[in-house]
Design a protein around this ligand. Structure first.
Ligand SMILES: [Zn+2]
Ligand SMILES: [Zn+2]
Ligand SMILES: [Zn+2]
Length: 130
């Protein structure tokens, strides 16, 4: 049986399509594997280049894990918010940042520390995996 491989004329749209379909952080290798499964022929180097481009344009959010591996997801990097990531399926929920105000007040009161930036990520289980 011969494999039919579709040559993709617009790899950027294919890659953006994968990211739009999944609410989870995907590495370049993850995206490449999904495209290969869909028989879309896009080189891994093209995936890397496209992710860099989309990230540079501020269209996708980059996350670097403890091992230093970068993964990406469509969301609004311009709008300040946090991510709650499911340990089981990897699904990501956008979480508003309201609790930090009271935390910042406590920090100033108890430690005399003025908060001017923060990064937070939540992990646990999503509704479907609970
Ligand atoms: Zn987000
Ligand atoms: Zn889940
Ligand atoms: Zn915040």
């Amino acid at each position: 049986m011969s494999e039919r491989i579709e040559y993709v004329t617009r790899p950027r749209e294919e890659i953006a399509g994968v990211l739009r379909r999944e609410r989870r952080f995907l590495s370049a290798a993850d995206i490449h594997a999904r495209l290969s499964r869909a028989r879309a022929r896009v080189a891994l180097s093209t995936v890397y280049r496209t992710l860099e481009y989309l990230h540079g344009k501020g269209e996708i959010t980059e996350r670097v894990d403890a091992a230093g591996e970068a993964s990406y997801m469509f969301c609004e990097p311009q709008r300040h918010h946090h991510h709650a990531i499911c340990r089981t399926c990897g699904k990501v929920e956008d979480v508003d940042c309201t609790a930090v105000d009271s935390f910042a007040r406590e920090l100033r009161k108890l430690h005399g520390f003025t908060l001017d930036d923060h990064a937070m990520e939540f992990s646990g289980r999503c509704r479907a995996c609970r």
